[in-house]
Design a protein around this ligand. Structure first.
Ligand code: TXE
Length: 532
């Protein structure tokens, strides 16, 4: 007999009580008690709809079934957008931008709405976290932490609504004044992937809203629920209709039509480098501005003088966080030769003890891969690495014990003796798979760390400040962590270099992406006439 979401929420609510809020390490420190067995209830399948002009639209596109990555059961049904649906959602956002009140409100007013949306997200933390965990396969504790982090991003962005301002130039000569103003970039398409559906949306949407933009949200077809919920919440807190809209469906239907649409002014995209290229290609049509947060192959670089136990924990966190399905995942370990054997042995032992399990069950530290095709791809990367001569120190296999055989679980894996000649050194695996390469000295560490096409992030583990800062200055990466990893705060921008993308999210730089600079030049008094 199926039980309601409210029942389910109550059942697991007490399990949440002990979790450290918005701690970036919940999967290693989770105190979640086991939830009552999943067989006790069946969550009703959700049917989602597009959302524009403040109301739901079923559209006429073919439905898409989302199956649970843990159990294979049908969990969500979404419509695939038709071209007419995309035209309608863009028209709603265009109209709200051109004719609606949003961009004309004071920053203070917009901030009030964005803060109210943050409150609403927080008030629905349990429901949002359950859907996020169920659709993505991330552990419930982490999903909950994502929701808290998302509310924080909304609050931070609200402060930018109030502070948005320009410069006045009064020293340009008598009778000449220049105003350098910031205006909203316009109608924005916010395209998000499946690994952090809500958190990555929160790195975009509130910043767009703070600047006075309107938004069309295009979540991944695999993880659309939280995005639709946020649009409904925007309506509930009184954000004018047409400001927050959602189009659902596949990338090559809903997404492609959206990025080609001439009434979209700006595309903020997070996803694969391959799709990023397609977005840039489409943006050429109408010369749209874009911002790209793409793939990565980030290194954790451990020097012999590091605090070894901290570094081991950091390396594990770096590669296992969010099941390893994370753009800034520390999927490479570069370890100094003189400590390498001991470090890898200790690390492999700790990795083999990590709890792989159903994301909704207490105690699970990593969950399943997002879908069966991705499971195969991850296992394929491992097989290829061994066929090229790399050595498995732990893991390397699908986990199929008991009920886990119904899902797409991969054992935490350490692939040792990897060199630049191996494909796994270069390819983004996007799973709990670490590639280990040894180095001798700082110069070699820099060379090896930079020897990929990506440049999203890197972590340096050393107690020598000279080593740490030299590395930070030489690494090709948008973010460098020193003696920590996958840390952050809404104030600090994130983004990549090289094939990891361009543009920044969060911080002042992330806000500026959603604005244009407009210059206003004023002559007072008599103008020197050119033609007399
Ligand atoms: O991503 P896509 P996929 C990497 C990771 C993963 C691989 C593939 O290596 O294995 O990408 O994942 C939408 N026009 N990352 O295929 O295709 C799509 O519907 C417009 C890294 O799921 O990039 C979804 O909403 N939109 C990454 C979003 O783009 C299109 C996170 C991302 O999908 C589109 C996810 C098109 N033509 C995967 N095609 C990170 N940086 O964190 C697809 N989309």
């Amino acid at each position: 007999m199926g039980k309601s979401l409210a029942y389910f929420t109550r059942q697991i609510y007490s399990a949440f009580q002990n979790i450290q809020e918005v701690n970036c390490k919940p999967f290693l420190t989770s105190e979640v008690e086991p939830v009552s067995s999943l067989e006790e209830f069946t969550m009703a399948t959700k049917t989602l709809t597009h959302y524009w002009n403040g109301s739901a639209h079923t559209g006429s596109g073919t439905p898409i079934d989302r199956l649970s990555p843990s159990t294979g059961e049908l969990i969500t049904k979404i419509p695939d957008a038709t071209p007419a649906d995309v035209d309608a959602v863009v028209a709603a956002a265009r109209n709200a931008f051109d004719k609606g009140p949003w961009r004309h409100m004071s920053g203070m007013e917009r901030a009030k709405f964005i803060n109210a949306l943050a409150d609403e997200i927080e008030a629905n933390i349990d429901e949002l976290a359950i859907y996020e965990a169920q659709e993505t396969g991330k552990p419930l504790s982490l999903a909950r932490s994502d929701v808290g982090g998302s509310a924080n991003l909304f609050r931070y962005a609200a402060s930018h609504a109030m502070q948005m301002h320009g410069d006045v130039h009064t020293n340009l000569g008598k009778g000449f004044t220049g105003l350098v103003t910031r205006v909203p970039v316009g109608v924005t398409a916010l395209i998000t992937p499946w690994n952090f559906p809500l958190l990555l949306l929160a790195q975009k949407l509130p910043f767009a809203l703070a600047a006075g933009c309107t938004a069309i949200l295009k979540p991944s077809e695999l993880t659309s629920t939280s995005t639709v919920m946020v649009a409904e919440m925007a309506k509930k807190v009184g954000i004018p209709d047409g400001v927050v809209n959602v189009i659902l469906g596949y990338g090559n239907t809903a997404g492609q039509k959206l990025i080609e649409h001439e009434d979209v002014d700006f595309i903020s995209f997070t996803g694969s480098t391959r799709t990023g290229r397609a977005v840039i290609e489409a943006s050429k049509l109408h010369l749209k501005r874009t911002s790209m947060e793409l793939g990565g192959k980030s290194a954790n670089i451990v020097f012999a003088d590091a605090v070894i136990d901290d570094a081991i924990d950091g390396v594990m966190f770096g590669v296992l966080f969010n099941n390893g399905e994370c753009c800034v995942s520390g999927s490479r370990l570069l370890v100094e030769e003189k400590i390498a054997d001991e470090f890898v042995a200790k690390l492999a032992k700790r990795m083999s003890e990590v709890q792989v399990g159903d994301p909704l069950a207490g105690g699970s530290q990593i969950g399943p891969m997002i879908h069966s095709g991705h499971l195969d791809a991850v296992l394929g990367h491992i097989t290829k690495a061994t066929s090229q001569g790399a050595v498995i120190a732990t893991g390397g296999v699908q986990v199929k014990s008991g009920d886990l055989s119904k899902g797409y679980f991969v054992a935490p894996t350490v692939v040792d003796k990897v060199t630049e000649k191996h494909d796994i050194f270069h390819d983004e695996v996007f799973g709990p798979v670490l590639a280990v390469t040894r180095f001798n000295g700082k110069e070699e560490a820099i060379r090896i760390a930079n020897a990929t096409k990506y440049g999203l992030a890197a972590s340096v583990w050393s107690k020598n400040i000279d080593t740490a800062l030299d590395m930070a200055s030489e690494l090709h990466a948008g973010t460098v962590w020193i003696n920590t990893t996958i840390d952050g705060s809404p104030q600090l921008p994130g983004g990549g270099v090289k094939e990891s993308g361009f543009g920044r999210e969060m911080g002042q730089a992330g806000f500026d992406e959603f604005t244009e600079v407009k210059t206003i030049q004023i002559r007072t008094g008599a103008r020197n006439r050119y033609f007399g």
